[in-house]
Write a protein that binds this ligand. Structure first.
Ligand code: ADP
Length: 229
């Protein structure tokens, strides 16, 4: 049976500036992501990857176009609903991990749930279970500065997972890691995708990691050049 489409991007355009300074960063791209897919957005520097990611993340408003997530055009949500959407439905993983330095590993993981409920025993148990799955339970009381880059990124993935997100958006999650730590992050994401069926959308420009993805959307000059696989 054909897989359901979780994300559908239609004619997405993002233009910066006006007149002579006008830059068309994304020039009307369209693509679908199927539920449970592990998909990459790739392309040379300046091709529009970050701009596209910011639109999908609802961190920036497109000039025009539609982003349907589970059938709802999320661009049209009001600011409160956008914040809620980011908090509850999507897990984010960034290049620089974005952990809070003054919180321990486990506190960083609680964070998305604390906003609503404070820290409950249930939340603590859930965070410990995820940390254990990430192989980092013994690091739970360490601060980010006491962890390696790869460990920090796995904490960031755990923080995304505690929300039980429908999709994970990852912006070059291996960019600041050596190749061994990078492979471990890719293996971790692939396992989550396979075992939990989470849809994962990754900006990636490392050739060596292409084998992990079901499909790769290749951008060039703000347009889709082709979709590989
Ligand atoms: P990539 O992530 O693939 O390197 P970007 O999405 O960052 O590409 O950039 C695409 C194009 O948009 C580039 O020409 C870049 O200079 C331009 N651009 C990106 N952000 C801005 C901005 N805030 N203001 C003006 N131009 C921008």
């Amino acid at each position: 049976m054909a897989k359901k489409i979780i994300l559908s991007v239609k004619n997405l355009v993002r233009t910066y500036g006006e007149g002579k300074a006008k830059t068309e960063a994304v020039k009307g791209i369209s693509f679908d992501v199927k539920k449970g897919e592990f998909i990459a957005l790739s392309g040379p520097s300046g091709s529009g990857k970050s701009t596209t990611f910011h639109q999908l993340s609802l961190l920036d408003n497109p000039t025009s176009g539609i982003i349907n997530f589970c059938g709802q055009n999320i661009i049209k949500l009001n600011e409160d609903d956008k914040s809620n959407f980011r908090l509850k439905r999507i897990g984010y993983v960034f290049q620089h991990y974005e952990l809070l330095p003054e919180l321990t590993a486990i506190e960083n993981i609680y964070l998305p749930l604390m906003v609503d409920k404070g820290i409950t025993t249930e939340i603590k148990k859930k965070a410990e279970k995820i940390l254990n799955e990430m192989g980092l339970l013994e690091r739970k009381d360490h601060y980010p500065a006491e962890l390696s880059g790869g460990e920090q990124q796995r904490i960031a993935i755990a923080r995304a997972l505690i929300k039980e997100p429908e999709m994970i958006l990852a912006d070059e999650p291996t960019a600041n890691l050596d190749s061994v730590a990078g492979i471990k992050i890719m293996e971790t994401l692939k396992k989550l995708n396979k075992e939990k069926g989470i849809t994962i959308f990754v900006i990636n420009h490392e050739k060596a990691f292409e084998k992990y993805f079901d499909r790769i959307i290749l951008l060039k000059d703000g347009k889709i050049e082709r979709i590989k696989k």
